[in-house]
Design a protein around this ligand. Structure first.
Ligand code: IMP
Ligand code: MG
Length: 309
């Protein structure tokens, strides 16, 4: 799969890997789908040796560098499972810093099912093309943003303003990484129907006064910049002590109105993205990752209705 450099794309091995088992190949597809970096059998751990001769070694099937974790896949065949548990125990004794997990096929299939996906072969589902930013990448980046905000606003008590509804997941995670006293408030805006000027109107206003406060606007995604621009103009009139912006995603290629974004999670390519709060016609907000929609699905679903906006 091709990835935009700015999307922090992680490459899977460039050369096709020869898998020993079908289940390993299936698991690799799942990792690709979720956007996790993997290596196949990159390292063997010596378990027993005698006079420099290796008597027994253990080679886990996968290494996931994002998680610094080795994965050994296993079937339900009890004799094999027992043997693998023994090797795993030896490995943990000799290499206490190395993380290895045993994973049953049923475990990772239920992982998929949890997010509404069937076994990989049926993944046509729901219009998702692939994962652009995985859950673990989101978690790490949101943590970094929270730490930066905590440093930058030290000694102050910021007021974080979330723009509904796309911001819900981001806001909820971000505030838990800010180690300062803070307040939150929300507003909702919508584009004027049938109006192509890009004008927006406030449909739910703030409850907190802004005068003299250090205000940080939290946005899910900045696309053309029209929404944010109107919003900032409105907020500035309320005379906050400072006014800055933190956007999870920056679709810079489509910007019409430019403005400084003090904090940005990820730059994303010019594609419609969903998940982690972002929707397409109210769907997909509950995906724990950011994904692109499949073109085929979009073609069918755009029909005569209004497109993504
Ligand atoms: P802008 O006014 O063009 O910058 O649009 C910003 C708003 O449009 C965001 O707050 C989102 O609600 C929505 N939006 C823009 N691009 C996307 C996308 O790729 N997925 C989901 N919503 C989007
Ligand atoms: Mg929005």
């Amino acid at each position: 799969m091709e990835r935009d450099a700015a999307s922090k794309g992680r490459a899977s091995p460039p050369v096709p890997v020869r898998f020993a088992h079908e289940s390993e190949e299936e698991f690799a597809h799942i990792l690709d789908f979720y956007g996790d970096t993997w290596e196949y059998e990159p390292r063997s751990f010596v378990l027993r040796e005698e006079e420099g001769r290796v008597l027994e070694a253990f080679t886990p099937d996968f290494y996931l560098s994002d998680l610094d974790l080795y994965i050994e896949l296993t079937t339900l065949k009890q004799s094999l499972v027992t043997e693998k548990h023994r090797k795993l125990r030896l490995c943990r004794e000799r290499y206490p810093d190395v993380q290895v997990k045993l994973l049953h096929r049923s475990d990772y299939l239920s992982l998929l099912a949890k997010y509404g996906f069937g076994p990989f072969s049926e993944i046509e589902v729901a219009g998702i093309h692939n994962v652009l930013i995985s859950a673990s990448e989101l978690e790490r980046r949101v943590g970094e943003l929270g730490a930066r905000i905590s440093r930058d606003y030290k000694g102050r008590e910021p007021l974080l303003i979330g723009v509904l509804r796309g911001v819900t997941c981001f806001m909820a995670d971000l505030i838990r990484h800010i180690s300062l006293p803070l307040s939150i408030d929300f507003m909702a805006i919508s584009s004027y129907e049938g109006d192509r000027s890009g004008a927006v109107r406030i449909v739910k206003d703030l409850e907190e006064p802004l005068a003299g406060r250090h205000v940080l606007v939290i946005e899910d995604i900045v696309d053309t910049g029209m929404t944010l621009n109107t919003l900032l103009q409105d907020l500035r009139l309320r005379q906050p002590a400072s006014l800055m912006v933190c956007a999870l995603l920056d679709k810079r290629a489509r910007r019409l109105v430019d403005m400084p974004l003090e904090y940005v999670g990820f730059e994303v390519p010019d594609e419609f993205v969903v998940g982690y709060g972002l929707d397409f016609r109210q769907k997909f907000r509950n995906l724990p990752f950011i994904a692109t929609l499949s073109q085929d699905w979009l073609k069918v679903n755009l029909g005569t209705q209004r497109g993504p906006e």
